[in-house]
Structures are given as C-alpha cells and as structure tokens.
Ligand binder design. Structure first.
Ligand code: COA
Length: 168
C-alpha cells in the first residue's frame, strides 16, 4: 500500500487557527474516539484504536490548540481508485470549517498519490457536493466496488448516496 505521509502538513489555516496534516501513530486513540462518536447516529462506522493504527498513514486530521478536531481517511481500493471514509468533526468544533478543511486535505493527499477516482457513501450528499463530489446513481458505480467494498463488507446502501470525484 502506498503511504500518504510524504509531507506531514497539508494546509495551515489562520482563522480560526487549524493545521491540516497527515495523522501520526499517537493520534490513533483520538481518531478512533472521534469517528466512533458519530456511529450511534449511523453517520460513521465505529473504529477501534487498533483498526485506526493499522491504517494510520491513510488518515488526515485537523489539529487545533493541540487537539484533533476532525479526521478523514482514504482507503485504496484499486489502481488509482480510493474511497473516502471516517469523515468526522468533533461536536464542539462543527461549523468552523474543520470538515471542509479535512475533506480538502484528504482529497489533496489522494491527488498526490495519483488516485483518479474517489468514491464515498454518505447520508449527507449536499455537504459533500460542496466539497467537489457528485452524486452517482448506484447503477453507475462500478459493480465491483459495491460488491466488495459495501455488501461483502457488511455495509448498507440504505439511506445513503454514492458520490464520486474524478480527476480529469
Ligand atoms: C458533516 C460534517 C463533517 C461537517 O463538518 P463541519 O466542520 O461542521 O462543516 P464545515 O464547517 O466545514 O462546513 C459548514 C457548512 O456546511 C453546512 N452543512 C453542515 N452539515 C450539512 C449537511 N448535512 N448538509 C449540507 N450542508 C451542511 C453548514 O450549514 C455550513 O454552511 P455555511 O458554510 O454556508 O455556513 C460534521 O458535521 C460531522 O462530523 N458530522 C457527523 C459525521 C458525518 O456525517 N460524517 C460524514 C460521514 S459520510
């Protein structure tokens, strides 16, 4: 698997002060807690610190005043194909641009890796549209992705939209 950790800092935002960077090993417990905090409402799938640690180089985080306030990851799922997962912002930090920043950061990291097609499944397509993703009818999503990444992985399509961002 390719690593996304070539350059640790992706973006620095001045107001409010935030750093968008690749995740470090020490971030794993905070990332797992953040992702899992939204799982009861069905927005994310719970992740343990060990699961996060195993794929820590796939995560991008937003740090503010020394705390992780947002995270997202890109899982590689084929040649030049990836899936954005585990997008989460701390409840206390919502609405200040951390979500937008982490999504842009993870897209930037994927672009740097040469990923040409990014997919995701979400309950909030309107928010991802603002981040450059387009809704895709499920029949237009590659069938292998639906079969292997969603159905065989025990995930559900119900109430969720498939979205894609393609690099021209
Ligand atoms: C959705 C989420 C990532 C947004 O993060 P955020 O940091 O609050 O968002 P930002 O500050 O970057 O953007 C806020 C803007 O998005 C808008 N927005 C927030 N939630 C939205 C939604 N569900 N649909 C459309 N727009 C939304 C806000 O109204 C605001 O608009 P404005 O800039 O015009 O005022 C965050 O609320 C979250 O973690 N939600 C729970 C987990 C989740 O749903 N993850 C996605 C899993 S696929």
């Amino acid at each position: 698997m390719t690593t996304m950790t070539a350059s640790p800092v992706l973006t620095t935002i001045e107001q409010p002060p935030m750093i968008v960077r690749h995740a470090r090993v020490a971030d794993a417990p905070a990332i797992a807690a953040l992702v899992s905090s939204w799982s009861d409402q069905g927005f994310t799938l719970r992740r343990s610190p060990g699961e996060v640690l195993a794929m820590i180089d796939r995560f991008v985080v937003v740090e503010s005043s020394g705390a992780i306030i947002a995270c997202a990851c890109v899982e590689e799922c084929g040649r030049h194909v990836g899936e954005v997962r585990s997008v989460a912002v701390a409840e206390r930090a919502k609405g200040m641009g951390a979500g937008k920043a982490v999504l842009a950061g993870v897209v930037k990291a994927a672009d740097a890796e040469g990923i040409k097609e990014l997919y995701l499944l979400t309950k909030i397509p309107a928010w991802f549209e603002r981040g450059g993703f387009c809704a895709v009818p499920i029949e237009e999503v590659p069938s292998w992705w639906v079969r292997e990444r969603v159905l065989n992985a025990g995930r559900s399509l119900e109430g969720r939209s498939a979205m894609c961002r393609k690099v021209p």
